[in-house]
Design a protein around this ligand. Structure first.
Ligand code: SAH
Ligand code: SF4
Length: 345
């Protein structure tokens, strides 16, 4: 992009790229700058161990970040949602989640909007604007960190389908996981995908070796295609093959996520199909009761949240088939910051 060529955005550069951009400055300078960025310096002028003339030069040649925080909401449950807007009008939402034990997790977006169009997801129902650049992904993390939180975990579960923007995401993760920077551990990063087959294979081949979650929703292929249009071009048998390949290469347990839509995918046959799909894979199942989101009706009827008994029964049916089942905590629902409620509006 021209904007970037004219003025590099430094928070999107890996240590090696930063060295190149800052040439002919010595390597220790670029290390200093990288570590300032990783620690969340708000501006070049805050980089107090750099000579003043250098900071001034940086100010005129580079951007540290490219976005601005254009909205901030806090849920009484501790969840914070930021909206970050970029100069071309793209905006995304990023969420900071805290669990009972004080663990902080950043939920990051990879696209402004999403082309996948899952019917139950607000992001998907709003269409697609564009892929985010690496700098725009790291910026989300750094801005959540400005809130004062010591963030140990990352989930790539915000707006967009990460495997449709894997190149830029990889770069962003390189920066966030760099030992000379934030050093986020690869075991503490989870990517959730709607099941893009070539993307899963690419991740298996080239990493990074993070945790993988598949948004299965249902293993009833026909129903899945109606709920998740990407299923038409990424049929479940191929998705499963890709997961087996991933597991062979990366040897990691995969999470199967199922958003539970009241009266739709919680039938006995859905539990059975899910258990059949899981056979041969090392998985655990994460049930996500649907969070009410402003989405169009599904085939003439509004979607609804599942009832408590419905969730219990579905969960029990899966456990009976030998699956390990967890249930996602519902966080950030008061600020439309929960799964499937992000739209960047
Ligand atoms: N695009 C990726 C990651 C973002 S969505 C993916 O689809 O996996 C993250 C998770 O939120 C997915 O598992 C998705 O199924 C779920 N989700 C989407 N809309 C939801 C809603 N309204 N309520 C609960 N979960 C939802
Ligand atoms: Fe995109 Fe994920 Fe929403 Fe589907 S659930 S539309 S893949 S963000």
């Amino acid at each position: 992009m021209d904007r970037k060529k004219k003025r590099p955005v430094l928070c999107g550069l890996t240590p090696g790229e930063l060295r190149d951009v800052l040439e002919p400055l010595p390597a220790f300078r670029s290390r200093q700058v990288f570590s300032w960025i990783a620690r969340g310096a708000p501006s070049f002028s805050a980089m107090t161990d750099l000579p003043l003339p250098l900071r001034e030069e940086f100010e005129s040649r580079f951007f540290l970040y490219s976005g601005t925080v254009s909205g901030r909401l806090e849920d009484p449950d501790g969840t914070v949602k930021l909206r970050i807007s970029f100069p071309d009008g793209a905006s995304v939402e990023s969420v900071l989640l805290s669990d009972g034990e004080g663990r902080k997790t950043a939920c990051l977006s990879t696209q402004a909007g999403c082309p996948a169009g899952c019917v139950f997801c607000k992001t998907g129902s709003r269409g697609f604007f564009r892929n985010l650049e690496a700098s725009e992904i790291t910026e989300q993390f750094l801005r959540l960190r400005f809130l004062g939180a010591d963030i140990s975990h990352i989930v790539i579960m915000g707006m967009g389908e990460p495997l449709l923007n894997l190149g830029e995401l990889r770069k962003a993760l390189d920066i966030l996981m760099a030992p000379e920077g934030l050093g986020i551990s690869k075991r503490r990063v989870t990517l959730s995908t709607c099941g893009i087959v070539p993307g899963i294979r690419d991740l298996a081949d080239r990493g990074p070796p993070i945790r993988l979650a598949l948004s299965l929703t249902t293993a009833d292929e026909a129903l899945r295609e109606r709920l998740m249009p990407v299923g038409k071009t990424n049929p479940l048998p191929q998705v499963k093959k890709a997961l087996l390949y991933y597991q062979e290469k990366q040897g990691r347990r995969i999470t199967l996520e199922a958003v539970l839509l009241g009266g739709i995918n919680t039938r006995r046959q859905d539990a059975d199909a899910l258990a059949d799909f899981a056979r041969g894979l090392d998985v655990m199942v994460n049930l996500i009761p649907w969070n009410a989101a402003e989405v169009p009706e599904f085939e003439g009827r509004p979607l609804k949240e599942p009832g408590i008994r419905e969730i219990e029964e579905f969960s029990a049916a899966l456990e009976k088939r030998g699956l390990k089942v967890t249930r996602r905590l519902r966080k950030g629902r008061n600020i439309a910051g929960a799964c499937g409620q992000l739209a960047g509006e």
